[in-house]
Design a protein. Structure first.
Length: 225
């Protein structure tokens, strides 16, 4: 696993010394040695590489990496260029279009968001090929809870978007009155119609950031990638 550096390393350093993390590390290392695992090992911590802690403006919480070849690259909901846009991201784009007039691109590569301070964090950071949720319950959840706690401690305005039941269960961890917590059903085709569509999280996010003197997110994406 490529190491975490910078202010994330400082914030998460206590985790690396805990017994659960050693067990997680050994498990993940063995999985990569013996099976096909996504994302590539060097991409596991891309969310932290692309979005340093002090630059986080928005946290979007996903669940599990995509489990097909050449899709996952360490950012929730994002896929590498050349892939079809996954169904949940299709619905995210639809809501963006309806909310802020977003021009829908022909790809699902979201690094432009990450580079602006959108932490695209999955609760679990690795997965076996073609086996959704296969690395749940191995320790990643404890690690990413520590990430959420680090964001919660940041003493400045941050927007946290919780989509779907697993993400919404994290709300009790989010105690900082300077932050804005937005909740909605998951953008999956199974649930988006229950209230994700029409939630207007993207415009609400930018209104909150601007009201607090923070540069808003440019949600637009290049048409081609």
């Amino acid at each position: 696993m490529a190491g975490i550096t910078g202010d994330w390393e400082e914030a998460l350093k206590p985790q690396f010394k805990m017994s659960y993390y050693k067990e997680l590390y050994d498990f993940v290392l063995n999985e990569y040695r013996t099976k096909t695992i996504y994302p590539p090992a060097e991409d596991i911590f891309n969310a932290f590489h692309f979005t340093p802690l002090h630059e986080v403006k928005v946290l979007i919480l996903g669940q599990d990496p995509y489990h097909n070849e050449h899709q996952a690259h360490g950012l929730c909901f994002s896929v590498l260029p050349g892939n079809d846009i996954p169904p949940s991201l299709v619905n995210i784009y639809k809501e963006l279009h309806d909310d802020i007039g977003f021009d829908i691109p022909n790809h699902g590569y979201l690094k432009k968001w990450a580079d602006q301070g959108v932490l695209l964090l999955n609760a679990v950071l690795t997965v076996r090929a073609h086996q959704a949720n296969s690395h749940q319950g191995k320790g990643w959840e404890q690690f990413t809870d520590a990430v959420i706690e680090a964001v919660n401690k940041e003493d400045r305005p941050i927007v946290i978007m919780l989509w779907g039941s697993p993400a919404r269960k994290k709300k009790s961890m989010l105690t900082n009155p300077k932050h804005l917590v937005l909740e909605a059903p998951h953008p999956s085709p199974l649930s988006a119609y229950r209230g994700f569509f029409g939630c207007k999280h993207f415009s609400k996010c930018n209104e909150f950031l601007e009201a607090n003197g923070v540069e808003p997110i440019d949600w637009s994406l290049p048409k081609d990638n």
